[in-house]
Design a protein. Sequence first.
Length: 203
Amino acid sequence: MTTEPRRPRVGVLALQGDVREHLAAIRDVGAEPVEVRLPRDLVDLDALIMPGGESTTMRKLIEIYGLREPILSLARTGAPMLGTCAGMILLAERIADGDEPVFALIDLEVRRNGYGRQLDSFEADLDIPVLGDEPLHGVFIRAPLVTDVGPNAEVLARDANGAPVAVRQGRVLATAFHPELTGDRRLHRLLVAMIERSAGRTA
Ligand code: GLN
């Protein structure tokens, strides 16, 4: 008898922010979405998404619910991680203007709300060669500005001024924009493909 391979389980940190849109995107790419509020929700996850929202609120809730260490352990097992907007801030090794990093899993520096008041929110078509020729429509909402990318990380896309807006380091992906707010699922598909390539994580 053959058994169906189990669908990859992709968690979304569900403390605050645009959780629902990421859950829908995960479903769209054929993986099983899991809402993560407590450390026990991380058991058996194959990947984790940190959504957009308010990074200061998420930072506090991560502390209160004791999620920091278990999420770092999950990352150490090689589970891919995707942080979007506030999620990028949580993943960054360095935050301009003094905030302590939260997970420090990707070698870059961000400035919160760094696009400034006039560009509070904007949309832009982004060239992301790893996703193919078709540009990806990026929605930026009070987005972090990436002010530096260190030698360990790779820039996947830049804005019109040359600032990095999508960065990857190993199995950690971070975007300044919100890929979950459009119907384009290529970034979520890339995240799931990264699971499938990490040996031993698929059943
Ligand atoms: N400005 C928010 C922060 O600093 C991020 C905004 C977003 O995630 N859309 O946390």
